[in-house]
Design a protein around this ligand. Structure first.
Ligand SMILES: [Zn+2]
Ligand SMILES: [Zn+2]
Length: 124
């Protein structure tokens, strides 16, 4: 049986030995420096807004689904911001700025808007 050799942590300047990937210290540091979802406004207040919105607007409202009557649309599980600015934007909790979407339709829309950002298309 081959012994697993220890490697030096791949983080520049970190001398610690580790079995695979970064050492525990660097992993913890990276997790702490990443902005958390709540720092971007996805906090308890947003959870409430989102839940209330989905109660009132339970069906997917993406561009494709919007053409169909509500009862033919899949159920929305996520809420998208039309202005692309998220809960911290000036209309982050404004229902007229929100659209409920299924997870897959939401990622399809997000993918289509990358990398041009939220401002590269004329509103229809
Ligand atoms: Zn390290
Ligand atoms: Zn949809």
């Amino acid at each position: 049986m081959a012994r697993r050799a220890l490697q030096v942590c791949p983080t520049p300047g970190c001398p610690r030995l580790t079995k695979a990937g970064r050492c525990a210290d660097c992993v913890a540091k990276a997790a702490a420096s990443r902005p958390s979802a709540s720092a971007k406004g996805y906090d308890r207040a947003w959870q409430r807004t989102r839940a209330a919105y989905l109660m009132a607007n339970p069906y997917c409202g993406c561009e494709e689904c919007a053409r169909f009557p509500e009862l033919l649309r899949p159920r929305a599980t996520e809420v998208d911001h039309k202005d692309g600015l998220g809960p911290l934007g000036p209309r982050g909790h404004d229902w007229s700025n929100l659209v409920g979407m299924t997870k897959s339709h939401h990622s399809r829309k997000t993918a289509r808007e990358q990398p041009g950002g939220w401002n590269d298309r004329e509103p229809r």
